[in-house]
Structures are given as structure tokens and as C-alpha cells.
Design a protein around this ligand. Sequence first.
Ligand code: ADP
Length: 621
Amino acid sequence: MPAPSSPSPLRARARLLSRLPSRPGFYFFLTGLLMVLGFVLAHRLSERSGREQLSALSTERLELYASNLAAELGRHASLPSLLAIDPTLQALMLAPDSAERRHAASQMLARVNVRAGTNQIFVADGQGQVLSASETLTPPARLAEALVQDRRHFFAADPNTGSTDFYLLHPLRQGGRTAGVIVVRFNLAPLEATWIDLGLRSQGERILVADDQDVVIMSSVQAWKYAVLDHADPSRRKALQASARYPQSIGPDLELPASLEVHQGQQVQLPLPGARPMLAQQRQIVPLGLRLVALSDLTEVKQRAQIAAWGGAAFGASVGLAALYLASRRRALRQLTKAQTELQQAHGQLEQLVDSRTAELRQTNDALKSQIAQRLQTEGELLQASKLAVLGQMSAGLSHEVNQPLTALRALARNSIRLLESGRNDAVAANLQIMDDMVERMSQITRQLKNFARKADEQAVGSTALLDCVRNALLLLEHRSRTLNLQTEVDVPAGLRVRAEANRLEQVLVNLFGNAIDAMQRESERRLRVQVVAEDAGRRALVRVQDSGAGLSEADLQRLFEPFFTTKPAGEGLGLGLVISAKIVHEFGGRLRAERLEQGMSFEFDLAVETWAATPESEDV
Ligand code: ADP
């Protein structure tokens, strides 16, 4: 049995993706959110790690400062105890009032003071009165207090220089009781100077030492000296001032928290103008009752956190924008696929349509072809029928035309015989001349008939003299025009040659002239006008045939070129002449059209010009 199909991870991912919203607004919101998150997170992380680093560094420094201070203080720690066993001092203690012993002790102390590099060494009695000293001096105010408290050391400020001095004390015993004290004084200014120097160099690092009263006694910042670490109310301030421990007045409150840790620094803001946020750490120097406080400037950490925050925001924005890009790409792909499908459908429909239209067109084409074949056959038949009709008409005219000269010839012949008999040869000669002219005329007519009867030759379309054709056509109809006393006006340039076949052009003209004569039969004024007008800058010639006949009604004009349309009585018109004429003109590349005139009709057709005569000459017949 096949295992039940589980959705592939790829498909599951695709489904998850497709469930994501595709509106750009959502992604802009997401981008904003990610920016804010990135900003806050990066700021926090950077600030935390910056503070941790700074705190670690500061702890190290704090240790260094503490050991510096301890080393500085420890350098002279054993000096008082060593001096205590010195025989000179022992002797002094036996007779403290002896000026000699005091002097000897002073000299010894002065030597030791110079060698040990201390500031002063002196011996005082139990009440703090100086017995002997390395130099003339006034004991510090705190000495009495230190003696009462039996202290081994204390800090005191030098009222003259303002520097902080450290005093080491050691009791001098005599007979089991304390007879005096050795005091070694040394100055911490050089150490403080190195701190100031360090603070100046590192910029961000501040160090201070506070005594058991929480008053700053040493600092890398001079302005903070004798400031109160935490907060001093007026009474405490007054008490501190009165204690005379400090060479100058008590400085400002630094407002540092009492519970400062060594390792975990605490952010503080000193209440001083222009103070920056600081990281404060402290270390107790228990044996001396001192507090060593390091303050590190947090500005750089904060600046770095700011930069990191903007970096985080940029990262958030990039993620959001990447999501937007992916979503819009997905949407574009979806639209593309949709458009492709629609295009394919449209293409399929179009192909179907084209197929069906092609089939329809093929059918129509086939139908047209068969219609054309039928039409060609019909036209061929019509052409022949028309020719027969024209021939029939002409044969009537022809018999009339030939009969007349024949009758005249017979009369002339008989007359000539009689004239010969009477010996009138001149008159006979004149008769013979007339007879010759008549025979020539008859032969001309038969020659035209032969031309007309000849089957049209497709290849014969060539350069044809238009005026000749007009003349020949008029000649064929001469007997009718003469009978009706027709006024004919031909305005055709003698040198004009057109592209046509003479025979068939004559057929067209005979037809047009014949119709015109028919139409003018019952009119009083019978005028036939044949005219040529140049068209298309002389490239084409417009042949115009106008009559003053009865004309046609507008309705009849519309049907003029319909086969078998005729207004003539039965037996006279077939209604084919114009149809055939139009077809012939069409074969020559022209078009036959009709127009009603105020009196009569105008027919015109255009032909391609082969040559024009240099000077067109018109001729009246
Ligand atoms: P048919 O002359 O045998 O009637 P056509 O095709 O030559 O055939 O002419 C068709 C009809 O057009 C004629 O019967 C006549 O009524 C009309 N028609 C042709 N030419 C003219 C014209 N010049 N004036 C008036 N009617 C005309």
C-alpha cells in the first residue's frame, strides 16, 4: 500500500509565501516596525556592551590607581618604626628637655628626611608639642586629635600650598609608656599630578579619592577638590568647614550614590554645568579609610550606541524593503503568469477565428471564382451578341448607303453610253470621274466594316490615333447623320495618340455616336460634339461625347450600364451597347461614365496618352 502523501517542504513554503499579504502598505508598515525594533535593539545591545567594556577597563584602572596609592603610601610605611629604635631618639626620650639632645635629634632627622625623600620628620611629645624636627615647623591641627585617637596615620592639607599630605605616626615608648611620637610627613602632590596628567590624556577618565568624611582630598580634576561626594546639608557643611581639615572651603556636592560597586559601574550625572553622563565605580581602601572613585565618560559609548542604533534601523529597513521587493516580485510574477495564460487563451481563440475566417474566405473565393468564370462567359457571349446587333443595324444603313450610289452609277453609266454615242467625250470623262469617286467611297465603307467585324486582339492594344478612330466611327454612321442633318463638332488634337486598340475604340465611339443620333431623332436641334480634355498633367486624355438629344431621366441614368437596359422600342435596342463599351474602356485602363445635360447627355471616358501633338488642331466635320 502506498504511504499517504505528505506535502513537500517546498510546497509548504510556497503555500506559506502565498499566504503573506501582497499589499505594499503592509510592507511599508513592516519596514517602519523593523526600523524601530532595529534601532532600539541595536542601541540597547551596543550600549550594554560598551558599558561592560568601559566598566571592565575602568575596574582595571581603579585597581591600578589603588595599587599606585598603596605603593606611594607604603614606600615610607616602615620609616617611623625604624626611627623609633634609633639611639639618638631613644636618648631624646630620656631627656626631652635637653637642648643638646634635641639638636642632635634634629640633625639626624634632617639627614633621614633628605635621604628618604619625605617632606618633614619630627618628634612630638604626648601633647603634640614638637621636641625635635628636620626643620622648623608648625604641627598640623589634626595631630592632637590623632594622638588622642592613637592613630597611625592621617591626611591633612597643607594650609600654605593647599596640597594633601599624608602623615605616618609611630609611638616612642619609654619605660612601658608612650613618651612621644615620631611623625613622618610626605606629600601626595606628585601622585596627584600623574593622575591629572592621565586624566588630561585619556579625556574620559576621572579619578578622585575621598576621606572618611566623604570629602574629596585628591582628584584628577582640580575643581572637584574638597567637594562632597554625596550631599552635605548646611549643618554638615558648617561642621566640615569648622574641622579645619581642609585648606579651602568645601566644594560643591557631587551627588554620587553611596552604594557604588567596584565591577558594575553605575551611570551618574554630576550636578555641574556641562557635565556629561558618567560611569561611576568605587573601591574602598579600608586600612586608610579612603574611597577611590573612578568616573568614565559615557559619551563615546552613547555615540557608538547611537551609530549602532542607526545601523540597526538601516538593517531593519533593508529587511523590510527586501520583503517588499520579494512581495512585489511575487506579485509581478503572478500577474505575468496570469497575463501569459490570458495571452495563450487569446492566441488560441485568435487561431480558431483565423481558421474559421480562412475557411469562409476560401469558400467566398471559390464562389467568386465561379462567378467570374460565369461572368466572363456571359460577357463573351454578350460581346458577340452586341456585335451582331451593331452589324444588323449597319447592314441596313449599308444597303441604303450602297444602293444610292449603285442607282447613281447605273444612271451615270447609261448617260455615258448616250453621250458616247453622241460623241461627247468630255462629258463622258466627267461622268467617269464622278463614278470613280463613288466607287472609292463605297470601298471605304466596306473597309471599315471589315475592320469592325475583325475579332479583337488582346495584343493589339497599342498607340492609336484618336482622331482617326473618331473619323472612322462617324464615317460608319454617315448616312444617318446626313439624313438627320446632324451638326457634328469634333475637337480632337490631330497628333494625339492614346493607348487603345483602334478597332474596339471605334466600336465604343460608334456605339456612343449611334445612341446620340437615336436620342436626337425627334429633336429640332441635332448637335453632336466630340471633345478631348487633357487630364493628370497631360498623362491622360478625357474623351467627351455630348448630344442635344432627349436625354434621360435620373432613374434611367442609374440603370444605364445595366445589361439589357434600353428605352428603345422592341427590335431596335438590345441594351448591350453601353455595357460592352464600358468593358472595352475598362480594358484600356479607363472608365466610362454618363452625365445629364440641360439638353441631352454627356458621355466621357479617359485613356492613357501616348503622345500629344505639339500644337493641337481642331477640325470641324
Ligand atoms: P441600346 O442602344 O441597344 O438600347 P445601349 O446600351 O447602347 O443599348 O443603350 C441603352 C439605353 O441607354 C438606350 O436604350 C437609351 O435609352 C439610353 N441612351 C444611351 N445613350 C443615350 C443618349 N445619348 N441619349 C439618351 N439616351 C441614351
